[in-house]
Every structure is written in C-alpha cells, then in structure tokens.
Design a protein around this ligand. Sequence first.
Ligand SMILES: Nc1ncnc2c1ncn2[C@@H]1O[C@H](COP(=O)(O)OP(=O)(O)OP(=O)(O)O)[C@@H](O)[C@H]1O
Ligand SMILES: [Mg+2]
Length: 499
Amino acid sequence: MSPVFLGMKNISKRYTGVQALDSVDFEIKEGEIHCLAGTNGSGKSTLIKIISGVEKPDSGSEIYINGELSLNRSSINSIHQGIEVIYQDLSLFPNLSVAENIALSRIISGKRKFLNSRSYYATASKAMKRININIPLDTKVEDLSIADQQLVAICRSLTGKLKLLIMDEPTSALTKYEVDALFRVVTDLKGKGIATLFVSHKLNEIMQIAERVTVLSDGIKIGCYPVGDLDSKKIEFLMTGDNFEYTKTSTLITRDKPLLEIENLSKKDNFKNITLKLYPGEILGITGLLGSGRTELALSLFGMNPADSGIIKINGKEIVLDSVTKAVDLGIAYVPEKRLVQGLVMEQAVSKNTVVTIIGRLLKKFGLIDHKKKSDKISDLIKKFDIKVPLVDAPVATLSGGNQQRVVLAKWVATDPELLILDGPTVGIDVAAKGSIHESIKHLAAGGMGVVIISDEVSEVLNSCHRVIVMNRGRISSEFITDESTEEEILESLENWST
Ligand SMILES: Nc1ncnc2c1ncn2[C@@H]1O[C@H](COP(=O)(O)OP(=O)(O)OP(=O)(O)O)[C@@H](O)[C@H]1O
Ligand SMILES: [Mg+2]
C-alpha cells in the first residue's frame, strides 16, 4: 500500500447563500490516479481550489501533506509541496514558444538573473523526455492543438518536484484519440510516483483510468470507492440518486419544404462539396474526428468562416452568409464550443447574461425595459435549463462550470432562432442535466426550429438527433437515420477513417 500524500479532514467552504463543501474528508495516495465525480455545482472545483491554496477552507478544516498538518496554505507553498493544477484555460502564454512556456515560470521563480535560451531549451526538452513526448520546442503555443497545449502545460508542471498533478475536466476539449494519449501520460507519471487527481463528467473515461473515485453531491461526500466496485451506472446513481435512460428522438418530420439547403459548399482546407438539407423540426447531428471540418462548416453557416463556393438557401431563398450580423438577422444562432471564453461576461449578473441577446424585445413604450416581462423571461430560462444559482443577480463567475454553460445555452435559445447550431452542447454538463438539456432541445425542435448538433459523443448524437452525418477530412463520409442505426455502426464508420 502506498502512503497517503494528501489527507484532508472535515473540509468545509461556505459562500454567500451556498454551502459549497460540508465536512468533506478526502485523501490521495502517492502515485494514485484518483477521480472526483459529482453533478454540476457539487463542489469539485472548490475542493481543487482548496487543495491548491487558491481558496481558504472554513475554520475546522485540516489539510495534511505526507502526514504533516499544513497550515496557512497559499498557491505558492502548495507548488513548493509538489502540487500543480492545470485549469481548463491551461494558463499558457499563447504568443511564446513551447520551450519558453515550459521553462519560464520555473526560471523566474528560481531567482536566476540571466535567462538564456539554451537553459530553457534544456529544461523543456528534459520535461518532455520524462513523459516521452516530442513537440517542436520553438513552435508558438497558439499554433498547437488543445491536446498539445495540454501536454505543454503538463511539461511545465514537471519542471518542479511534482508529486500531485490536478486537472479540472482535462478531456472536455479532446477527441477520443487525444484522450488516450493523455491517459498514457498519466499512467506514465504514476510509474514515476506522481499522483493525478482529475475531474470528469465522462463516466466511461473515469472507469478507464481511475483507481479510486470520490463522489460528491451538493457539497457532501457520498463516498470513496475502488474503481473495481463501480460501473458507470453505479457512479451515476451515487452522484444523483437516479439512473438515466436516453430515449431516442422519434417525432416525425414533414420533409416538405427544407429550412436549410446547402449545395456543394466548399472552403479551401476546411470542407469540400458539402450537400445537405435540414427540415423544420429536424435535429441533425454532425460528428467526426478532429480536423474533420465539422466546426469550420458550422462557423460558415454563422457567417464567421464564409465558404469559397457553393450555395446556401434558407426557406428556399439563396443567401450569402458573409457576416455574423447577417446570420443573426436571418434567424441563425450559434452556441460555440469554447463557450466559456466566447459567450459570457463573467462579472455580470446571471440575469443580465441570460437576456442580453433579446433586450430589444423586452422594451415597453418609449424604449423603457419592461421589468416584469424581463424577470418572467429570466425565471423561465433558469427553469428550462435548470441553472443552479442562489440569486439571479449573482455574477456568472460565482456559478460552477456546468451552470455557466447552461447560461450560454439559455441566452441563445432565448433569441428564438429558426436555425440553432450547437457545438458540443453538453460538454462539461453532468449526466442528470444532459438529459434535460436534450429534452429542451427536442421541445424546441418540435415547435419547428431546425437544430444542428455537433458532438464527439456518438451516443449523444444518436439519441438526440433524427439524422447523423459523419464528416471526415472535410467531406461527408456517411449518413445515418438514428432510428435505424446503432452506436456500433456509427463508431465503426468513424474508426474506418482513423486507420
Ligand atoms: N466565488 C464563489 N462565490 C459564490 N459561490 C461560489 C463561488 N465559487 C463557487 N460557488 C458555488 O459553490 C458551489 C460549488 O461550485 P463548484 O464550482 O465547486 O462546482 P463543481 O462541482 O466544480 O461543478 P461543475 O461540474 O459545474 O464544474 C456552486 O453552487 C457554486 O455556485
Ligand atoms: Mg467545476
């Protein structure tokens, strides 16, 4: 049995109106791969912030490192204790090179007066060797994929005396193949005695990598379990007290007048000869591996990445989509993949963020805001998307990650678009809420809206869409009617291309 590296007893944290953590005990052993699971708002990120010294727990909480009580913790002394956190934004410098990003923080904190490129190239390549990866050292970080940026962030933490690596939802922006690569690195670290703690909403991934799983629910610890005692249904039940079955979308669509028609749409290096139709009330899924062109196609339908050639028609009328304003005027809404950076004003209230897109429709005579109409709309949206917020006037920054995502969805749905394009709508959303978000989307479609859902998760598109197209290297490679297809068939068509 490995000794315990981090021990936590009786950890509590109260924010105004919310008990984020309530007397939680928690431990991680040396070299252990440990996963933290729980619904949105259950306290996972808060626990991580306390471990890393970013937040102070309430009095009575005790934290032990290698069996010794650790007092007056701060982020600096937590780094000295060998604890490093990789947050979702990765905190890298996009315009600096890979080598500079890996080595700089260490060189600066090491009180060395002179920086020379030879020393940080050496530091960086040593860190990369430790986990057997090889990314060109002089590439600018902004030119790397998210997966490679994440590896750079891991290398950066390896330049110190790393004992515990913490990652908050590290896989949410990665494809299956990149996740496998990340997990190989984590296993490799384990071999070197370095523990990993990670948060994930993808239960099958937890089952694949974790040795133990701690489950939180509403700030309370439900338990800590060896992974051998669990399966994803059990974790789901421990988290929510319930089990969820997806029901397929079976509403009939009148394939009479298409809402959207695309003919031979092409954009150099993005996608080629895309031809498809979408009918009112239809939910179309688009899936494909990284670089398949799915997001680029979606962006072109929102005027952000105009196509070079081909035809787009809305309600039978040919249109040119060369700006976002035009797309919005035509009733198109797009919820981006990187919602957290593109979609919200963090310091502003949840209420304001939710209705900012439709403020023009909430006016009375003389241009005054109709406050009753506004607050009715806000509470309707909060209810529809089940946004957990103690006060509607709380800043969005105080919501948990998953609840922030719900605000972005709500805000775009509020515009009541004719065509709604969702890129990864349930990334970071817990299992319980996933279902209800899909129900809301189905409900919107039943009212005549056309919906496009882009997702990596085949089970998600299979269960929430009427039709699924698979894209590969910029082209449509196959199409499935979901009622008549299985997950295996779609996965197989994806995998045929990956080899
Ligand atoms: N700075 C803050 N001020 C007020 N409340 C906060 C603050 N930070 C977090 N909370 C609240 O604490 C609770 C726990 O949030 P936390 O971010 O830890 O959840 P989480 O488990 O990480 O959820 P998710 O899966 O959505 O990321 C939530 O109710 C959240 O609104
Ligand atoms: Mg979180």
